[in-house]
Write a protein that binds this ligand. Sequence first.
Ligand SMILES: Cc1cc2nc3c(=O)[nH]c(=O)nc-3n(C[C@H](O)[C@H](O)[C@H](O)COP(=O)(O)O)c2cc1C
Length: 204
Amino acid sequence: MTIAIPDDLEAILADILRRLGRAAQDRKAAMHAPVVGTIAADGSPALRVMVLRAFDPAAARLRFHSDARAAKVAQIGDAAPISVLCYDPGAKLQFRLTGTARIEYDSPVADQAWQNATLFARRCYLADPAPGSLSDAPVSGLTADIAGRVPDDEDEVAPGRVNFALLLADINRIEWLFLAHTGHRRALFERYADGRWYGQWMVP
Ligand SMILES: Cc1cc2nc3c(=O)[nH]c(=O)nc-3n(C[C@H](O)[C@H](O)[C@H](O)COP(=O)(O)O)c2cc1C
């Protein structure tokens, strides 16, 4: 069987942007939960899986949600380098995205994202003490009255709003890798300040 090997940089970039858009919308998409890399205070790499909530192809911006008290939020602050790794085994594709991230707490976009989240998702932000705190016992972080059920209404999850933050990653570099028996393909796309992308082939 012959496998169609992508050979057009423009078409590859369009495919990347389309796949990221779909990954944000489709919970079953392989790239729905990429690995997000930051740099810890001691300089070591810190990786974790996060659900991709939105992708804006024009701005090349990825949106994730996090507890405001999480380690990654302190690591990122107003601006920090970020790396996002997406892998789709079925499509045999790996995207390595890099750029600059920032945290947003109080903004119309954050308010909208909070409102759009399910009560069940918003319940996570009620954790006390903060996520990442050490505990003497196995715990969910939620109080017993709410741990085992879906919250009744908005009022019940409202106290979690102060703990809800957006992680916005502006991507300026995409490294694309396509695996094929007949020979892999690899390309690099860099985004200029004016929003145009420049693509180049690389040796896999
Ligand atoms: C499938 C999956 C999805 C996850 N989605 C998120 C997410 O959307 N946001 C988030 O903050 N953590 C998410 N996590 C938890 C993170 O991987 C991580 O454990 C947590 O955010 C703490 O990371 P930090 O201490 O580096 O901030 C997810 C974990 C898994 C396994």
